[in-house]
Design a protein around this ligand. Structure first.
Ligand code: SF4
Ligand code: FES
Length: 238
């Protein structure tokens, strides 16, 4: 029998080397997360997955699971902190959910709904970021990037292309395209790359497919993100 830890009172089995979030996802238990994806090494940047382990806060995607650990996740205090983090992401970018092609398949939107977000709460930054429509098959809307680095990791580790990177530091951190001109058309990205399907929000979008699945029938239109746990595969197949 494998070792277990307690997540909100539920025993979660894990194997050596797994983090708390990896084990929770594998067991179908939901801990809110944005920059984590089960197929990639944890990045630990969004902090939405923060839990209390033995009374101390830590990111569950980078904290090793330990036998007998007592992990708190779904508590009013922790969810209030997650809500504030998500609200900050909304005001830092330009997230026009009602008109975004990714609405209903967007993890940021779904996480906000699940946490009960009804307003951005903070003042909007209204950043002025460009849209790169240069590629024949793909559109890049930098306004929605939450800097999760999933496209960076997928392009490097799966596609072997290093097409994307995060440049700058702190508030100046931004997504860039690694090409001579910085434009997508001059990179070696193609529509079949894993990197262009992994984005949890609506930054990297296939052209001419926006509403092939109608609003109202998308993954998180049908069930809240907490009920479908990790829906990455369902969204990426589209
Ligand atoms: S483009 Fe998407 S996948 Fe890439 S860093 Fe931004 S939000 Fe993450
Ligand atoms: S999912 Fe753990 S820090 Fe983002």
């Amino acid at each position: 029998m494998s070792a277990t830890f307690l997540l909100d009172g539920r025993a979660i089995p894990f194997s050596e080397g797994q983090t708390i979030l990896q084990a929770a996802v594998a067991a179908g238990a939901y801990i809110p997360h944005l920059c984590f994806h089960p197929d990639f090494k944890p990045h630990g940047s969004c902090k939405v997955c923060t839990v209390k382990v033995g009374g101390r806060q830590s990111a569950s995607c980078t904290t090793a699971a330990a036998a007998g650990a007592v992990v708190e996740s779904d508590t009013p205090a922790i969810n209030a902190e997650r809500l504030a983090l998500v609200q900050m992401l909304f005001v830092e970018g330009n997230h026009f959910c009602p008109s975004c092609e990714k609405s209903g398949d967007c993890k940021l939107q779904a996480t906000a709904c699940d946490l009960g977000m009804v307003s951005p709460h903070f003042d909007h930054f209204f950043p002025d970021r460009p849209v790169d429509a240069s590629h024949p098959d793909l559109l890049l809307d930098f306004n929605r990037c939450i800097l999760c680095s999933l496209c960076v990791r997928a392009s490097r580790d799966v596609d072997g292309k290093n097409a994307f990177a995060l440049a700058g530091r702190g508030l100046r951190t931004r997504l860039i395209v690694n090409s001579r001109t910085g434009r997508l058309v001059d990179s070696d990205v193609s529509a079949g790359d894993r990197a262009v399907h992994v984005c949890p929000v609506g930054v990297i979008l296939p052209k001419r497919r926006g509403f092939s699945v109608p609003l109202g029938r998308r993954v998180f239109d049908l069930k809240p993100i907490s009920a479908v746990a990790d829906a990455s595969a369902q969204i990426e197949e589209r």
